[in-house]
Design a protein around this ligand. Structure first.
Ligand code: ADP
Length: 187
């Protein structure tokens, strides 16, 4: 079972993805975490990614497509996974669709976590205080929301055409949202 979490920065994909992964016993693939680990480790990938991340821009597909391919090829994620933070562009979506299809799989659920822009900014700003992410400054937050609207939101239409986008109002308590997701996916 493959579940894609879609939504703007701050929509709660990471939090709900972790809950979902634990509940369903599935691994979670989070490109943001993988990139931050690469930055911390100072690998060539990390050094390349850092300058884009710090500005709130997407890391180029030339870098990300290989990462996604590697993650989906892992034996641990071959039979199912929660996808968090990708695909974020049309080429990434194509790669995911194609790779899953090659393994005889598909995205079983596409969950769109919906939160107002106002609430998103509030959440990221309060997270900035606790997590200290270098891309949680007011200016970068604004850029990330714009990049989401420009590059990632169009994927909603791509998937909606196939009819399997499930919208989840993602305001309320973490438990309420988790319960709603459980209801929506039926398990
Ligand atoms: P958020 O969704 O809150 O912006 P993420 O942790 O998902 O946080 O991403 C942080 C940054 O990492 C992004 O702004 C971008 O630079 C980079 N990133 C993460 N995933 C991708 C991806 N799939 N494609 C391109 N860049 C990505």
């Amino acid at each position: 079972m493959f579940i894609l979490l879609l939504g703007a920065p701050g929509a709660g994909k990471g939090t709900q993805g972790t809950i979902l992964a634990e509940r369903l016993g599935l691994p979670k693939i989070t490109t943001g975490d993988l990139l931050r680990a690469a930055v911390k480790a100072g690998t060539p990938l990390g050094r390349e990614a850092k300058r884009f991340m710090d500005n709130g821009q997407l890391v180029p597909d030339s870098v990300i497509l290989g990462l996604i391919k590697d993650e989906l090829a892992r034996p641990t994620t071959a039979q199912g996974a929660i996808l968090d933070g990708f695909p974020r562009t049309a080429p990434q979506a194509e790669l995911v669709d194609r790779t899953l299809a090659e393994g005889g799989h598909r995205l079983n659920h596409i969950l769109l976590l919906e939160v107002s822009d106002e609430e998103l900014v509030k959440r990221i700003e309060s997270r900035a205080g606790t997590e200290g992410r270098s891309d949680d400054t007011p200016e970068t937050i604004r850029t990330r929301l714009q990049v989401y609207q420009r590059d990632t939101a169009p994927l909603i239409a791509h998937y909606a055409q196939r009819g399997n986008v499930q919208r989840v109002p993602a305001t309320g308590t973490i438990e309420d949202i988790a319960t709603e997701i459980k209801r929506v996916i039926g398990r």
